[in-house]
Design a protein. Structure first.
Length: 376
C-alpha cells in the first residue's frame, strides 16, 4: 500500500509481516478485519493520522508516536491498538468506532511477542426455566397491618409515637404459600373465617383489604410472633410449626442449595429463604423464591502463533439464577445468581429497574424452608 512510513523511522513489529496489505482477513478468522501495524497506511487525505477508528492525531503527534511510543513500548501500545481495533471492528460489523479508547485496559487472555490468546464469550441463554409462581401476590406487603397491635418508639423520649406493627417478612412469606395453594382455603382465626379464594391477586376493595389484613394477623399469631415498632420478628422454628399445623407435609429447613429450589419449584411448591447481612440478626429477612432459570454460554479460547490461529477450545459455562420475591411490593424482585442475594451484583436481573432498588446483601446463615405437599 502507498504512503507507508519510512522503514528507517518506523519501528517494525517482529510478529507481523513486513509486506502485504495493512488491513486483511484470514480463512481461520472469517470476516474479522485485522490490521498489520507494519504495513498499514495511517495517512488520510485530511492530513491527520487515523490510528484506530476515529481516534486521530495531528501529523506532528503521529510522528512522535511512530518514532517514540512504538519504540518505547510497542508490545503494550502497538499490539493493544491492533487487537483493540480488530475486536471492536468485529463487534460493530466493520463500522468506524466512535470513542474507541487507544489505551484499552487489559482484556481477557494474554498476549506475548510470539503468541496470542484471545478469550471470548457467547451470550447467556436459558436452557431451563420456571417462571415465578407467586407473581399475582407481588403487591402484598407488610403494610397490610390494620389489625396488628400498636407499638411505641419508646427510645424517642421527646417524640414518642405509636403505630401498628408491620406484618413481618416471615408471616408474609408464609401467607403467600397459603394463598398460592389455596390451603387452607378458609383461614380461621378468633371466630372469623377468611376465604382465601376471594383474595387472589392484589387486594383492592375495602373488604379485600380488611380480609387480607385480618388473615395476615392470624398468620402472625399462629407463628408466635414478637411485635416491635420497627418490625415483627418470627423464629424460623415457629414458622415451620405454623406450616405443619396448617397441614403442610415434610416442612424442613436446609442450608441453602439450588437443588432444593429446583426440586420444589418443579413440583409447584415455592420455598421460603431466610438470611442476614453479615452477622446482623436485627436486619435478617425472609422471602419467597418461586422460580428459576438455568443458564449456559460458550467460552471460546483461540490460540495464535505469528498471526495464525493454531487451535481453538470451546467450553460451556453454567450458572443458576433464582427468582426472589422480597415482599416489598415488587422492589428488588428479579433473578439473582443462586446464593448471591446482593443488590449490587453484576448478574442481577431486576423485574422493574425503574423502581430503583433497596441496597441488600444477605450473605450469612442462608437457609431454605421446603415442603413437599399439603393434606387437602
Amino acid at each position: 500500500m502507498g504512503g507507508q512510513w519510512d522503514p528507517d523511522t518506523r519501528v517494525m513489529l517482529p510478529m507481523y509481516p513486513t509486506t502485504g496489505p495493512g488491513y486483511f482477513t484470514m480463512d481461520e478468522t472469517g470476516d474479522e478485519i485485522l490490521m498489520n501495524p507494519n504495513t498499514v497506511d495511517l495517512n488520510d487525505e485530511s492530513g491527520s493520522e487515523c490510528i484506530v477508528g476515529n481516534i486521530t492525531f495531528d501529523d506532528e503527534e503521529a510522528g512522535y508516536l511512530s518514532n517514540n511510543a512504538f519504540d518505547e513500548a510497542y508490545e503494550n501500545y502497538g499490539l493493544s491498538l491492533c487487537i483493540g481495533y480488530a475486536e471492536n471492528q468485529i463487534e460493530n460489523g466493520g463500522e468506524e468506532i466512535n470513542g474507541f479508547d487507544p489505551n484499552p485496559s487489559p482484556g481477557p487472555g494474554t498476549i506475548t511477542t510470539d503468541e496470542r490468546v484471545i478469550v471470548s464469550y457467547g451470550a447467556w441463554e436459558a436452557y431451563k426455566q420456571v417462571r415465578p409462581l407467586l407473581k399475582q401476590y407481588e403487591k402484598w406487603t407488610q403494610s397490610l397491618n390494620k389489625y396488628m397491635p400498636k407499638r411505641s418508639n419508646w427510645w424517642q423520649i421527646f417524640n414518642v409515637t405509636r403505630r401498628n406493627a408491620y406484618v413481618g417478612c416471615f408471616n408474609l412469606a408464609i401467607a403467600k404459600l397459603y394463598l398460592y395453594h389455596l390451603y387452607p382455603q378458609y383461614y380461621n382465626f378468633k371466630g372469623r373465617s377468611i376465604n382465601l379464594a376471594t383474595l387472589q391477586g392484589t387486594p383492592t376493595t375495602e373488604k379485600q383489604i380488611d380480609d387480607a389484613s385480618y388473615f395476615l394477623w392470624g398468620v402472625a399469631e399462629h407463628s408466635n410472633r414478637d411485635y416491635y415498632y420497627q418490625g415483627t420478628f418470627v423464629w424460623p422454628k415457629n414458622a415451620i410449626r405454623n406450616l405443619r399445623e396448617r397441614g403442610y407435609n415434610t416442612v424442613v429447613s436446609h442450608s441453602f442449595e439450588f437443588v432444593y429450589v429446583e426440586d420444589r419449584v418443579d413440583t409447584n411448591n415455592p420455598v421460603i429463604v431466610y438470611a442476614m447481612p453479615n452477622i446482623n440478626i436485627t436486619k435478617s429477612h425472609a422471602w419467597n423464591i418461586d422460580g428459576y432459570k438455568k443458564m449456559k454460554r460458550e467460552k471460546i479460547t483461540q490460540f495464535y502463533d505469528e498471526g495464525v490461529m493454531t487451535s481453538k477450545k470451546v467450553e460451556i459455562e453454567y450458572k443458576n439464577m433464582v427468582y426472589c420475591d422480597f415482599g416489598w411490593g415488587g422492589l428488588n424482585n428479579g433473578y439473582y445468581v443462586s446464593g448471591i442475594f446482593n443488590s449490587e451484583s453484576e448478574d442481577l436481573e431486576l423485574d422493574n429497574p425503574s423502581y430503583g432498588k433497596k441496597k441488600i446483601n444477605y450473605n450469612n446463615h442462608l437457609r431454605v424452608i421446603t415442603h413437599d405437599s399439603v393434606n387437602k
